[in-house]
Write a protein that binds this ligand. Structure first.
Ligand code: ZN
Length: 381
């Protein structure tokens, strides 16, 4: 059988007894990600040919789709966790043995903040070494219980821990439970190749540590712009709708309800998500969308934000028209958009300007709207 290069084991069988929550901490979602999703999303998993997640069956289904959607190329399998960490680790190794991997990295799911750089260094160190085990030195002053100063060169061992697969597999086979603290503890420490770990690669043990996970998550900000324009139908004196608000003025001409405000907002969200324009998803040639309520389009944009794990930071909408007077309806429009997108009113701005009687808009023939949105993977409200 062809040899696989790198395998990754994620130990996620812990019940988090120190955490005091109903679901194990590794499955708690912060900003839409649980620990495992965050970790896998944050590293380049193309380094791996196979990933095995050791977790109870009841947590697999719930997260399987999500992880699979994130990364389609790599093979993700599951193994059963055992009563102890050693059993869990060994079970996972047994599961990937058939794939004949050269190297294996064994990671604790309680360390979601491990960087891609650390993964890269572990893998590169394994090309010349049997092991690559990250550690940090704690610079805090250390006192023993008898108030004696303790030599500060103590190594604090982290995960992921890199091994030649055959080495760690054989160690597991030969060693009994009692010696085991983590996989590197199965080896004589003189034989271990230590590499620098990361202070940020925290082990999230207690509930308070969750705030570190939130603060230290990598922040992504994206922006999008949207513009739309519709002309009035002067034969229909009523029926204008802007940002879902009915206004006593001429109706705008359009395939749908011609809500120029919502159309601009949708396009700005699609832009921020690097998608196509509104006409691509809701074609004005498709009878399905004839006279349809533009709320449907905005709801679609909201779902896309959710799917991509993004939250709106701020939404700024500008109407350009001579008439009607927008300011009277501003608060109602903000409420509508806040309800439809499930965001707070305070992050929405609706402004209006005239076109100083210049051009098509200046002659009062229609309304234009522009929208700029900022989105982030962190929720700020
Ligand atoms: Zn439109």
């Amino acid at each position: 059988m062809k040899m696989m290069k790198n395998a990754l084991v994620i130990l996620a069988g812990g019940l988090g007894s120190r955490f005091g929550d109903k679901i194990p901490k590794q499955f708690i979602k912060i900003n839409n990600y649980n620990f495992i999703e965050y970790f896998l999303n944050n590293i380049n998993i193309d380094y791996f040919d196979i990933i095995v997640i050791a977790c109870e069956a009841k947590y697999r289904k719930k997260y399987f789709n999500k992880i699979n959607n994130l990364k389609k190329k790599v093979k993700i399998i599951y193994s059963n966790p055992g009563k102890t960490r050693k059993i869990s680790s060994f079970e996972a190794l047994k599961k990937i043995k058939q794939y004949n991997p050269k190297n294996v990295l064994i990671h604790d799911s309680a360390r979601p903040l491990c960087s891609n750089d650390l993964i890269k260094r572990i893998i590169s160190n394994l090309s010349n070494n049997e092991t690559a085990i990250p550690y940090i030195i704690n610079n805090d002053r250390k006192l023993s219980s008898s108030n004696n100063e303790i030599n500060s060169n103590i190594k604090y061992i982290q995960t992921p821990q890199g091994f030649k697969f055959n080495l760690i597999y054989k160690k597991h086979l030969k060693t009994k439970n009692i010696f085991y603290k983590d996989d590197s503890s199965l080896l004589n420490s003189n034989k271990i190749h230590f590499i620098k770990g990361e202070n940020s690669n925290l082990k999230i043990t207690f509930k308070n540590d969750l705030s570190f996970f939130k603060v230290m998550q990598k922040k992504i900000f994206k922006h999008g712009i949207g513009y739309d324009i519709h002309k009035f139908n002067f034969k229909i004196k009523k029926g204008l709708k802007l940002c879902g608000t009915k206004i006593d003025y001429y109706k705008l001409v359009g395939h749908s309800d011609a809500d120029v405000g919502i159309h601009a907002i949708c396009d700005s969200i699609f832009g921020a998500l690097s998608m196509k324009d509104i006409g691509y998803y809701f074609s004005n040639k498709d009878l399905k969308w004839k006279n349809s309520n533009s709320k449907i389009f905005l709801n679609f944009a909201k779902e896309k934000l959710k799917e991509n794990n993004f939250f709106i930071v701020n939404l700024d909408i500008n109407f350009i028209c001579e008439k009607p007077n927008i300011s009277k309806y501003r608060n109602k429009m903000i409420s509508n958009i806040a309800d439809l997108l499930e965001i707070p009113k305070k992050i929405i701005s609706i402004k209006a300007t005239s076109n100083e009687k210049l051009g098509f808009i200046g002659e009062g023939l229609g309304i234009a709207a522009e929208s700029i949105v900022q989105i982030s993977n962190e929720k700020f409200y």
